[in-house]
Design a protein around this ligand. Structure first.
Ligand SMILES: Nc1ncnc2c1ncn2[C@@H]1O[C@H](COP(=O)(O)OP(=O)(O)OP(=O)(O)O)[C@@H](O)[C@H]1O
Length: 316
């Protein structure tokens, strides 16, 4: 197995958002545990299973929650009890609570007025244009698809042109086309120099949009790097496979000599093979079967739950 450092890459050199030794607990629950991370411009994905602490991190960044320990800053200024920094950030929460009787324009305009912008109507128009909702600006939000509602909420969060945009699970409940549209939007905002952080529990989602990925598991920063590195960390780990063939006993004997195989258990109707990593084993198995003249009937990875992948990252 190739080993690779799990040391988080905590600095990009041009950091806008900084978390330094941040811990947050709710009563006895430690939701975020001593996280240090920095974000620069571009799109970063905050990846982690349910309950990992993603929402808590985003809410501390947005100034909604106080860290129990440590500091969260934007451009060096603390986000907690510091309304001045709210001018520089927008948050799209996970829960959709929008007034369905308002039109998109009325909703975004109300947000512009709340921000006390000089030209609220102009700002609302610009924000709706940015998310490609101009054509539907005068329709009521209640008539929108999930994707259109999300884009309208992004427009509301962007109406004051903040440098930092935080989005909590923005792709949840979207169909593939809406997802693609939202991904393109985040890409283009990142290219315009915004600092974007979005949370997700799906690696594929993160890998399509984010330059940098921060993985959090059980409140701790488990890994960080570009998606290729995160993907490698997740596949270069021990795997368990269920295998069935035309001659399991002979195949087991041949596999015992294979470097990537660390254990075999024979069972009725097949065997369980423990391998040091996914790639080496799945390349070796067909070669060995071919050499032995054995037909493979089944090869199924049996520990592919996201939780098992994440807990491996945490333990490594
Ligand atoms: N207000 C609260 N009171 C008590 N515990 C809380 C509270 N908010 C969150 N938690 C707990 O803190 C931990 C982290 O929750 P958080 O919502 O930040 O995770 P998450 O990664 O966003 O998960 P999800 O994707 O399920 O929303 C969880 O164990 C959760 O149950």
């Amino acid at each position: 197995m190739t080993t690779e450092t799990l040391t988080p890459e905590t600095s990009t050199g041009t950091d806008v958002v900084n978390l330094t030794n941040v811990t947050r607990w709710y009563g006895n629950v430690v939701a975020v545990n001593d996280i240090t991370m920095s974000l620069g411009s571009g799109v970063t994905g905050l990846l982690g299973p349910n309950g990992a602490g993603k929402t808590t991190v985003l809410h501390m960044m947005a100034g909604f929650l106080a860290p129990s320990r440590g500091t969260v800053t934007i451009d060096g200024k603390p986000t907690w009890r510091n309304p001045a920094v709210y001018r520089d950030l927008g948050l799209v929460t996970e829960r959709e609570a929008v007034h369905s009787f308002l039109t998109a324009e009325q909703f975004v305009l109300a947000c512009a007025k709340m921000q006390k912008l000089k030209d609220p109507a102009g700002a609302a128009r610009k924000a709706l244009e940015l998310v490609e909702m101009t054509g539907a600006a005068n329709r009521r939000i209640g008539t929108f698809s999930k994707g259109m509602r999300q884009r309208t909420r992004v427009a509301a969060a962007l109406v004051h042109d903040p440098r930092v945009l935080l989005l909590d699970e923005p792709f949840n409940g979207m169909d593939p086309r809406q997802r693609m549209h939202m991904m393109e939007l985040l890409h283009s905002l990142g290219d315009r120099g915004h600092t974007i952080l979005f949370s997700s529990h799906i690696l594929e989602e993160v890998e399509q949009v984010a330059g940098l990925v921060q993985v959090i598991v059980a409140g701790r920063l488990a890994a960080s790097g570009d998606y290729r590195k995160i993907r490698r960390l997740m596949t270069n780990r021990p795997h368990v496979f269920a295998v069935r063939s035309s001659d399991d006993r002979r195949l087991a004997v041949a596999l015992i000599g294979e470097k990537s195989v660390s254990g075999i258990e024979m069972e009725a109707g097949g065997m369980t093979v423990r391998a040091s990593d996914y790639g080496s084993f799945t390349r070796a198995l067909p070669r060995i079967a071919l050499e032995q003249g054995i037909r493979l009937h089944k090869l199924v990875p049996s520990d592919e739950s996201l939780e098992s992948v994440f807990s491996y990252l945490l333990e490594a």
